[in-house]
Design a protein around this ligand. Structure first.
Ligand code: GAP
Length: 506
């Protein structure tokens, strides 16, 4: 997959042109970092949800689902730490009036220096050919070593000042690294301040301070506060999990990069409740299980990597991200966190209710530890779009854009196309459509030439096109065209449903 802005721009415009993603409120000039999913986008999104739900809930007998409300008691966010600590350190550039996340400015600086190192390594690899020893080069080349020192020092200072909440030093670090505003090019920075990312609103008709509630910034807390309800009513025994898919809201300041960072987005989260002391084993289990799930999508193992957290949140004793190689580089797609008993303990304290499990083997009660898996639905969508987007030059000199989605996730599974819109072909095609549409999402199309219709289906990633032609009237056969190879085979109408079903599931 090409790794550049040009491709990213093409994917964004393709997403709009073919009804996957629209800017929210577009006719009013849009709402920044908020997006709507169009007719094909919503199908793809639903398929991703189903695929995740099946893997987590259907195939794990000890994981059940939940759909908790977005609005929750405001004390939940006090207990979880979000009111006091769900902050980003922000800095403004006085000339451009643009606001940035201070840590992201430093991380961008680090990425640029890493880029320099990689270019140096690439150059040397070309120069030395087969004899090139990359490890030795990285350990001995002076320019690489100097740049690595810059990276290590910038990271060390950033993390230690954030840890110590020394925002003045974060500002000084930005100055010392001579970081300029990408818009104004100046170094005229304000102080760094903490900015809470939660959206708030008022509930009820009386609007005093006690009526302030928050739009949830993660779905996880809805699971924690229902831990007891689900455990009792579902007769759950530890270890067990609760999974949920739902909207989350964050007032992101650096909200760019299309659906990668949104203010309203969807998460697919699972909290796995375990016996204290076993959490790190479960953490490893879920790291591996979640990576397997990603690999099952077939987007290429080389496009995934783990990033183990060096700096852990105060409630975690282990954390790792699964990163995906988006056109904007390797970025976080899913987080796996060992959250200890922090959340349940905090809710016990703030609510005054016991949130414990009675372990019949130990004959004692304890607050379970939790391993969380948390994946962004929109980022998974973007990963699939980026990986699927393919521009191809065909043997006849023409070009096509084809979305090579895994068939199981493709928005439309099969298109039913009469070769021409006459001679009884549409009627025959409609019969096939009626037969298969209860099984999977299909589309019927008779307008334009067959070539144009194939191109349209390629552009939305339909894996199979079923064409009804004049021979169909004679022998009840149709052709099935496969999207990626464009190969066609003739099969009996009675087999169509089974063939498409088997190939999609396969
Ligand atoms: N409950 C844990 C939690 O919320 P997180 O790392 O803040 O952890 C989990 O978020 C996942 O949610 C991320 O890996 C990412 O895929 C997705 N996500 C977070 N913020 C997002 C945003 N502003 N826009 C789109 N997806 C986002």
């Amino acid at each position: 997959m090409a790794n550049n802005e040009e491709v990213f721009k093409k994917i964004i415009s393709h997403a709009k042109e073919y009804g996957f993603v629209f800017q929210s409120s577009e006719i009013y000039d849009g709402l920044s970092a908020v997006y709507d999913y169009g007719q094909n986008g919503v199908e793809l999104k639903n398929n991703i949800k189903q695929y995740w739900w099946n893997a987590m809930v259907r195939y794990h007998e000890n994981i059940v689902g939940l759909d908790s409300a977005i609005f929750m008691h405001p004390t939940i966010w006090k207990a979880s730490g979000h009111v006091d600590a769900f902050n980003d350190p922000m800095i403004d550039n006085k000339d451009s009036k643009k606001r940035y996340r201070a840590d992201v400015l430093v991380e961008d600086y680090v990425a640029k220096v890493e880029d320099k190192i990689n270019k140096e390594v690439e150059k040397a690899a070309k120069r030395f050919g087969d004899a090139f020893d990359e490890k030795q080069f990285r350990e001995t080349n002076q320019r690489v070593l100097d740049n690595q020192v810059k990276i290590d020092e910038a990271k060390r200072r950033l993390y230690s000042s954030l840890e110590a909440e020394d925002l003045e030093d974060v500002r000084k670090l930005i100055e010392d690294l001579e970081i300029v505003c990408p818009i104004s090019g100046s170094r005229n920075w304000t102080d760094v301040r903490q900015f809470n990312l939660m959206f708030s609103t008022k509930i009820g008709s009386v609007t005093d301070d006690s009526s302030v509630i928050y739009l949830r910034p993660e779905t996880a807390q809805g699971i924690f506060v229902n831990f007891l309800n689900v455990m009792k009513t579902g007769r759950m025994k530890i270890p067990f999990g609760i999974a949920q898919i739902g909207k989350a809201f964050r007032n992101e300041i650096v909200a760019r990069q299309f659906i990668f960072r949104m203010r309203e987005f969807e998460q697919m989260e699972m909290q796995f409740f375990v016996k204290p002391g076993t959490e790190l084993e479960w953490f490893e289990y879920w790291k591996s299980a979640r990576m397997k799930w990603h690999l099952s999508l077939g987007l290429g193992a080389e496009n995934y990597r783990f990033h183990d957290h060096e700096k852990l949140a105060h409630y975690a004793n282990a954390a790792a991200d699964i990163e995906f190689n988006f056109p904007i580089g390797f970025k976080e797609l899913e987080g796996i966190h060992s959250r200890t008993d922090f959340d349940l303990n905090a809710h016990q304290k703030f609510s005054g209710k016991k949130l414990q499990y009675f372990d019949p083997e130990l004959n004692e009660s304890y607050v379970p530890y939790v391993v969380e898996t948390s994946i962004g639905l929109d980022r998974t969508f973007l990963a699939l779009m980026s990986n699927a987007f393919t521009e191809e030059k065909l043997d006849d000199g023409t070009e096509r854009v084809v979305m090579k989605f895994p068939p199981v996730l493709a928005p439309i599974k099969a298109a039913v196309l009469p070769l021409v819109a006459k001679d009884g072909l549409p009627e025959k095609a409609r019969m096939i459509m009626d037969d298969i549409k209860s099984e999977f999402m299909c589309q019927y199309e008779e307008k334009d030439s067959i070539g144009k219709r194939y191109r349209r289906q390629d552009a939305i990633g339909t894996p199979y096109c079923i064409t009804v032609d004049h021979q169909t009237l004679e022998d009840n056969t149709v052709t099935i065209r496969e999207r990626d190879s464009m190969k066609q085979e003739r099969v009996s109408i009675s087999e169509v449903r089974d063939i498409v079903y088997r190939r999609i599931k396969g």
